[in-house]
Design a protein around this ligand. Structure first.
Ligand code: GRF
Length: 212
């Protein structure tokens, strides 16, 4: 049976992409990473993907309306027969065009325990707020900013850390653990979305996956 074809969209460093890719290579995620797309042609994550021999597409957004840019991204995803999309440091808000093209098949990782500290610089926000616990969240993507149904979260203690940078690196270690796990869970287990909730359905022995 062929494995689900996953694309990663990124704008920068790409460490979450590398973590996903490595988990796929270790056989921990039943998927294929087939394409990496970036809106920044010089994103280090794009170069990493090339070094792994993965198909890449640099699609700059300068001079394009959001819809025009997304149409190009969507065309690249279609050409590569992509079924799932993982946002990994992709610094653009998706419009309904992409969301509707991959209903409940777009994931994002965010470096806070949502709904706390959505948007940019979430680690700095948590630090400045004096939070005692922060963490990271994998969620399905909707048209809001970090608002989609939560798939997986993990907490990181802030107490004892010296700076927002240290918090960010502790959170990043956890991001690299939970992003592959969240994707694997969605692919391995039946689930559905009920309101805001991603519900993993207990499977009766012998029955087939409904969604994965
Ligand atoms: C991560 O902190 C992720 O949570 C956020 O953007 C950052 C991307 O880092 N959405 P990387 O490019 O995966 O290293």
């Amino acid at each position: 049976m062929s494995k689900p074809r996953v694309a990663v969209l990124l704008s920068g460093r790409g460490s979450n992409f590398v973590a996903l890719r490595e988990a796929v290579e270790r056989g921990e995620v039943p998927a294929e990473t087939v394409l990496v797309v970036s809106d920044h042609p010089d994103a280090p994550g794009l170069a990493k993907a090339e070094s792994f021999g993965i198909l890449t597409a640099a699609i700059p957004h300068q001079g394009l309306k959001r819809r025009e840019h997304e149409e190009r991204v969507l065309a690249a995803l279609r050409r590569a027969d992509v079924e799932w999309v993982c946002l990994a440091g992709y610094m653009r808000i998706l419009s309904p065009l992409l969301i509707e093209a991959f209903p409940q098949r777009i994931l994002n990782i965010h470096p806070s325990l949502l709904p706390a500290f959505p948007g940019l610089d979430a680690q700095q926000q948590a630090w400045d707020y004096g939070a005692k616990v922060s963490g990271c969240t994998v969620h399905l993507v909707d048209t809001g900013v970090d608002t989609g149904p939560i798939v997986m979260q993990t907490a990181v203690e802030v107490e004892g850390l010296a700076s927002a940078d240290e918090l960010a690196s502790r959170i990043l270690e956890q991001e690299h653990r939970i992003y592959p796990r969240a994707l694997a869970r969605l692919l391995n287990e039946p689930w559905r979305v009920e309101g805001r909730r991603v519900v993993f359905v207990k499977r009766a022995f012998g029955s087939a996956a409904a969604n994965g």
